[in-house]
Design a protein around this ligand. Structure first.
Ligand code: AMP
Length: 543
């Protein structure tokens, strides 16, 4: 038996340029082709217009006093300005900090403080989220935040006006000092110890990962990629935006936040050739009662990723959505993100029931989590990745970086996988204590620590339980303090407004005891079994 250790092809070389240089080439080659369509804003930009808008904003950022290496946060649902900010920060050498638009005060304050953001860009409000009020509530915790710029207000126009003070030569001068290996993006991912960690990525990391993901999808300038996944996550800003602009393709944004109907309408109206989504999104689109009225025949490909992909959903996407070349990607933010991907030419069975094979220029191995030795093909172990795609580290956190990336440069993903003889990989579980609810990662520890702040909570233990719609749902087992009156609604009300909605326990079970090992450790797998039986839930077969 061969060992579970492979490297991807290297025939197409890595891009050795900055994101700005790559965009400049796209603008020069594809000027009149459509680059960005944001349906909900009525925005349409061709490559020449996108290039000009990005240049103006990059000069404006320099005019606002941001230096190379400074941090700028963006806390916004998907909109055209997000894309402009992504490319303008890259041109100005400013590190973009992605803040999940679902973050609430606790999480926002932590991310901005930990990364040391000097500027924050956000809409004033979106649906029920009052971003201005939430920011004001935590401003005293953010001495380093010098300026907040609210979109659709004078803040934004006066920021842009500042471009007049900075000449194109000054911008060129700034860009000449940038290198592909410079950090350019910090993405916060849920943390094992109660706080999110800032995965720090370079131009080289994300530009190449977007490029090769697009290569495997066979993108050309004729492709129109529907991106309903959020920009704050690498699925949107790397596989979506960079995947498109490295190929002269079009980014099509159906709505500010996911809405199944808006996706179907957009695919039809914009004749999209590719559609992205976490499994939950495809499940919702297929379940739309009016699904049959949409003409989705322009679709050729797309990507399902971010959480275990149900085999049945993959089959339906191929048959009912015409996405005959659809790919499954597997990866994580810390690896830019993609490590494996199915290819259009793979046998259909492999394309629906595995996460594919190793990506170009990437090396993967599956190791025994106890000994670190590479296991054989067919055996399960921890999935590890090495190569250009591995992040620089967690921002200002050498300790946790050293826990994640070993001395040989392999990122330990915490995912359990099996590799077959032909190199195809299956994700079979996780050793990290993490829940994925509809594509959003949640570490139980983070919620447990938060729930312990409730005066009537004696002990809180959080688990993930299967859910047909979200893959997994959050469940909290709560032991109230002696004499305290607590119910599920009290727990949820305590969370609202302070932590993101997707971390709020859907199921709450009040209890007086937890299943324990003899050494007194809570047995989460037992809690899960008990809850599955009590709630009458079932598990789904996935890739
Ligand atoms: P993120 O950092 O948000 O991209 O989440 C990364 C995690 O999502 C991985 O470590 C996996 O646990 C999970 N994940 C991503 N893609 C897949 C997939 N195709 N199948 C199963 N799990 C996945």
């Amino acid at each position: 038996m061969a060992l579970a250790h492979t490297s991807g092809p290297t025939d197409v070389p890595l891009l050795e340029e900055t994101i700005g240089e790559n965009l400049a080439r796209a603008v020069a080659t594809h000027g009149a082709r459509e680059a960005l369509v944001c349906r909900h804003q009525g925005v349409r930009l061709d490559y020449a217009q996108l290039g000009a808008a990005v240049e103006r904003l990059a000069r404006a950022l320099i005019g606002a006093g941001l230096r190379a290496g400074d941090r700028l946060g963006i806390w916004s649902p998907s909109r055209a300005e997000w894309v402009l900010v992504q490319y303008a920060t890259a041109r100005a050498g400013v590190i973009l900090v992605n803040v999940n638009p679902a973050y609430r005060t606790e999480e926002l304050a932590y991310a901005l403080r930990q990364s040391g953001c000097r500027m924050l860009i956000a809409p004033e409000r979106f649906r029920t989220s009052d971003y201005r009020a939430m920011l004001e509530a935590v401003t005293d915790q953010l001495p380093g935040l010098e300026r907040s710029v609210f979109l659709d207000t004078d803040d934004w126009t006066s920021l842009l006006d500042g471009a007049e003070r900075v000449s194109p030569e000054e911008l060129a001068e700034r860009e000449s000092g940038l290198r592909p290996d410079d950090p350019i993006n910090i993405q916060y991912t849920s943390g094992t110890t109660g706080f999110p960690k800032g995965a720090t990525l370079t131009h080289r990391n994300i530009l190449n990962n977007g490029f090769f993901t697009g290569e495997l999808c066979g993108y050309t300038p004729a492709d129109r990629i529907c991106v309903p996944v959020p920009f704050y996550h690498c699925f949107g800003m790397v596989m979506g935006n960079l995947g498109a602009t490295t190929h002269g393709a079009t980014i099509v944004v159906p709505d500010a936040a996911f809405d199944a109907r808006a996706v179907l309408e957009t695919v039809e109206a914009e004749r999209c050739t590719s559609l992205y989504g976490v499994p939950t999104m495809f499940i919702a689109e297929l379940a739309d009662p009016e699904f049959g009225r949409f003409d989705l025949r322009a679709l050729r490909t797309g990507i399902m990723a971010g959480a275990p992909c149900p085999v049945e959903t993959m089959k339906e996407v191929i048959e009912r959505m015409h996405m005959r070349e659809v790919a499954i990607c597997y990866g994580m933010t810390e690896t830019s993100p993609v490590s494996t991907q199915t290819a259009a030419g793979d046998p259909i069975e492999r394309r629906t029931s595995t996460v594919g094979r190793v990506h170009p220029h990437v090396e993967i191995r599956i190791v025994d989590p106890e000994t670190g030795a590479t296991v054989e093909r067919g055996q399960r172990g921890e999935f590890c990745t090495r190569g250009y795609s591995v992040m620089r580290g967690y921002w200002n956190d050498p300790e946790r970086t050293a826990e994640a990336i070993d001395a040989d440069g392999f990122m330990h993903t915490g995912d359990l996988a099996v590799m077959d003889e032909a190199g195809y990989v299956n994700i079979v579980g996780r050793i990290k204590d993490m829940i994925i609810r509809g594509g959003e990662n949640v570490y139980p520890r983070e919620i447990e620590e938060f729930l312990h702040q409730h005066p009537d909570v004696m002990q809180a233990q959080v688990i993930g339980v299967p859910d047909p719609r979200y893959g997994e749902e959050i469940m909290a087992w709560i032991e109230p303090r002696e004499g305290a009156e607590l119910d599920a609604e009290d727990i949820r009300a305590f969370c609202r407004g302070r932590i993101a909605h997707f971390k709020i326990p859907r199921h709450v079970r009040l209890t007086r005891e937890f299943p324990m090992t003899v050494t007194g450790k809570v047995q989460k797998f037992r809690m899960r079994e008990i809850s599955i039986a009590e709630l009458g839930l079932t598990e789904t077969e996935t890739a």
